[in-house]
Design a protein around this ligand. Structure first.
Ligand SMILES: Nc1ncnc2c1ncn2[C@@H]1O[C@H](COP(=O)(O)OP(=O)(O)O)[C@@H](O)[C@H]1O
Ligand SMILES: N[C@@H](CCOP(=O)(O)O)C(=O)O
Length: 324
């Protein structure tokens, strides 16, 4: 469930009076999502998404995200476009929270992943990376490698209550990832740019078999482009039992390279990047698992799914080991 902040009819009507979006016919809270409060608005001019940004999003960074979405949409990437009010403002305040309206994307995210999703996924990711090259402002990845040890430390002894020995296992994995990270001391760097950084199936919409758009840019940042591919390999290419699907991974890579061919060094780095991506989601899920009350509205995601993926990656040194 992700409606943390209620909005009264009066407040919404006053808010919408600032926009040229016609008359409101329906406002419905959206249950999906975990970070922010989202509402579907129907007006006499169409459908829109109203987002109230909750505590995890840094208010100062909202213009960066909204302008990135606008930039990408202008460059032809199918993603929500922020809607400005009559005074040209994209970011406003509603019910005491920062708020924005974006365009509505048709389609639905795939609950079951098929081979047919993978190539278009790779293509859209590469298009996003190319389009992002002309968006100059930088945003540091707050959940990048420098954040992983502090995140683990912030879990304290509770990590070992989730799984005995987990802290030591994560420490040992970090020792096999951090020194080999592209751009770390003595390691060659790789192409960088704007990345989505959370391109999970629930953030990619399909209409029939066509990819209709990408949403949820609130983890987007400036980082290694190939790291975004590694995130997708983790999020799209493992089944519920934790088995890796090499054909899905081949589809993603093929689609990506049709639009943006990878450098040899990027391909070579994919195994370490895949370890890092699994580590990032293991740690944030672990933190949330420990710090979200069991009776909270939001469903906690299982950190151990990502421990299994991390173990899988740690057992492979090269792309050959993945069947790629
Ligand atoms: N532009 C959009 N068009 C259509 N539906 C959207 C759009 N943005 C969000 N949604 C709906 O809201 C849900 C939650 O959005 P998301 O951005 O993932 O939230 P959160 O950041 O809170 O995780 C999505 O699964 C989708 O159903
Ligand atoms: N994709 C992350 C959680 C972030 O949730 P989202 O609803 O903002 O995509 C995970 O699976 O851990």
């Amino acid at each position: 469930m992700a409606v943390y902040t209620d909005v009264s009819d009066e407040a919404l009507t006053a808010f919408l009076a600032d926009y040229a979006l016609g008359d409101l016919t329906e406002c419905r809270g959206i249950a999906e999502g975990v970070e922010n409060s989202n509402f579907l608005l129907r007006t006499t001019q169409g459908q829109f998404i109203l987002t109230l940004y909750e505590k995890r999003v840094n208010e100062q960074e909202l213009p960066w995200f909204l302008e990135l979405m606008q930039h990408l949409a202008t460059q032809g990437v199918a993603c929500p476009q922020p809607v400005a009010d009559k005074a040209g403002q994209m970011l406003k305040v509603l019910a005491g929270r920062p708020a924005a309206i974006t365009t509505f994307l048709s389609g639905a995210w795939p609950k079951v992943i098929h081979q047919s999703h993978c190539r278009p996924l790779g293509q859209v990711l590469a298009r996003l990376h190319l389009a992002g090259q002309s968006y100059a402002p930088l945003r540091v990845n707050g959940l990048g490698p420098q954040a992983w040890r502090p995140l683990l430390a912030s879990c304290g002894t509770a990590a070992d209550d989730v799984l005995p020995g987990l802290t030591d296992e994560i420490e040992a994995a970090l020792a096999r990832i951090l020194p080999f990270w592209p751009g770390a001391d003595g390691q060659p760097d790789l192409p960088r740019g704007q990345i989505h950084a959370d391109l999970f199936p629930d953030n990619v919409f399909f209409l029939e078999d066509e990819l209709s758009g990408v949403i949820d840019f609130y983890f987007a940042c400036s980082d290694l482009l190939a790291y975004d591919i590694a995130i997708c390999l983790n999020a799209w290419c493992f089944d519920a039992e934790g088995r890796f699907n090499a054909r899905f991974a081949q589809g993603i890579l093929r689609g990506y390279e049709e639009v943006r061919p990878l450098a040899v060094a990027e391909k070579k780095a994919l195994p370490v990047l895949a370890r890092g991506a699994a580590m990032r989601f293991l740690l944030t899920r672990l933190y949330d698992w420990i710090n979200t009350p069991a009776d909270a509205l939001v469903t906690r995601k299982d950190p151990l799914d990502y421990l299994k993926r991390l173990r899988f990656h740690l057992a492979r040194e090269t792309l050959d080991g993945y069947g790629l």
